[in-house]
Design a protein around this ligand. Structure first.
Ligand code: SF4
Length: 181
């Protein structure tokens, strides 16, 4: 069953996703829906597997930072002064309590660099449909639980995330991991 779901996850990301993106090129209004569907399918398949997890990474988009905040967090999120004007403070608090790594990525290239450096066994990622789906495909076979961001002011500015979804995803990896012998 686990090998089967692992195969299905690979099939979803490496075969179904490119087909959906091809369809999305023709039906542009549906592209984000296709990407969201792939993220949802990936999440449910990840949750049917078990993993050896030593290190979990919470990967966040830079647009979740308050746009009026002048601190540059890209290379060190812990420069945040934790004023509470955006969710960065709460997200750092969550990762400290659960002993999870956390980083901000300004795009796919930085995200790949962060993953290469931290070498996580599992990732909880927050982003828009496009970045989330392509990031999940890029980092396969690392298991990723993707959480779609909220965009009350439109894309890429002062975005938000449901903190309970982040906590639940981290807890899922913490509770369902197979410890190394
Ligand atoms: S919580 Fe951190 S990142 Fe957000 S506005 Fe305050 S100092 Fe800036």
């Amino acid at each position: 069953m686990k090998a089967w779901t692992h195969f299905l996850r690979g099939f979803t990301l490496k075969v179904i996703y490119p087909i959906f993106m091809l369809l999305g090129a023709f039906i542009k209004s549906k592209k984000a829906d296709f990407q969201a569907y792939v993220v949802k399918l990936n999440n449910s398949l990840v949750k049917k597997e078990n993993f050896t997890v030593r290190k979990i990474l919470l990967l966040l988009p830079h647009c979740i930072q308050n746009s009026k905040c002048d601190i540059r967090l890209t290379f060190d999120i812990f420069k945040c002064r934790r004023c509470g004007q955006c969710k960065i403070k709460d997200l750092i608090d969550i990762t400290e309590k659960s002993n999870v790594s956390v980083a901000i990525a300004t795009g796919g290239t930085i995200a790949r660099k962060v993953v290469k450096e931290i070498k996580p066994d599992a990732i909880v990622a927050v982003a828009c449909e496009r970045d989330l789906s392509s990031g999940i495909v890029d980092t396969y076979p690392i298991p990723v639980i993707g959480i779609l961001n909220q965009r009350p002011y439109g894309p890429c500015i002062d975005t938000n995330v449901n903190l309970n979804q982040v906590k639940d995803a981290i807890e899922w990896f913490l509770n369902h991991r197979i410890q190394e012998k």
